[in-house]
Design a protein around this ligand. Structure first.
Ligand code: FDM
Length: 212
């Protein structure tokens, strides 16, 4: 970052259905950027470590029941409680590879039948990603990968519904990668897209707030 003294980090979000490969790919991306000398951290939402995150985790593992609106707002609150740290990291030059963000929030809750505009409202004012990458995989294909655990949303019919909402939320700025390809091919495409983004943020692309 030396040639751009106060270069900021990039906020990069990976979205996609369960078993689309987000978690493995974010690990690989962090290693890659770190190897190139860019300060980078791997984040994920929900962040199950915070007090709100513990409530979310207990809901997802069916240890507690919550009204659909209530859990929606908790997921959003979980992003709000990390907002200032997120901004500080970006300003100090650290890039963040974030496994799920507001789009998961809106897609999953809308798929349950909540009004989409109501779902978007609490996200307004969070930081806008510099890049959203969608790991695109047919729900049937993702389900075949196995390893759906016993968590609440890990069911084929529901995931099909979620994928429709992701399509509604996506816009021309999203980069879609075919996630049914072999992992190495997905990785190669991601590295290229992500490095581009990190470099353009270093050159002074401003931080902005989310429009969803
Ligand atoms: N999820 C995740 C939501 O319903 N709303 C949200 O805002 C977020 C961030 O939580 F089924 C859902 C998506 C997924 C579950 O995610 C837990 P991980 O990635 O499996 O931990």
């Amino acid at each position: 970052s030396s040639q751009y003294g106060d270069a900021r980090g990039a906020l990069i979000v990976l979205e996609g259905l369960d078993r689309s490969g987000k978690t493995s790919q974010s690990g690989r991306l962090v290693k890659y950027l770190d190897g190139l000398g860019y300060p980078v951290e791997s984040w994920r939402f929900p962040d199950r470590e915070t007090a709100v995150g513990k409530m979310i985790s207990s809901y997802l593992t069916n240890q507690s029941q919550l009204d659909d609106h209530t859990i929606h707002l908790l997921f959003s609150a979980n992003r709000w409680e990390k907002r200032s740290l997120m901004e500080a990291k970006l300003k100090s030059g650290t890039s963040l590879i974030v496994d799920r963000y507001s789009y998961s929030g809106v897609a999953f809750s809308s798929a349950k039948g909540l009004d989409i505009e109501w779902c978007k409202a609490p996200e307004v004012g969070l930081l806008a990603p510099d890049l959203v990458v969608y790991l695109d995989i047919p729900p049937e294909r993702a389900a075949e990968r196995g390893g759906y655990g016993g968590e609440r949303y890990e069911q084929l019919e529901f995931q099909k519904n979620v994928s429709q909402y992701y399509k509604m939320l996506s816009d021309a700025s999203w980069k879609t990668v075919d996630a049914s390809q072999p992992m190495e091919d997905v990785e190669k495409q991601l590295k290229e897209i992500v490095l581009d983004c990190v470099v353009s943020c270093q050159k002074g692309k401003p931080v902005s707030e989310l429009c969803i």
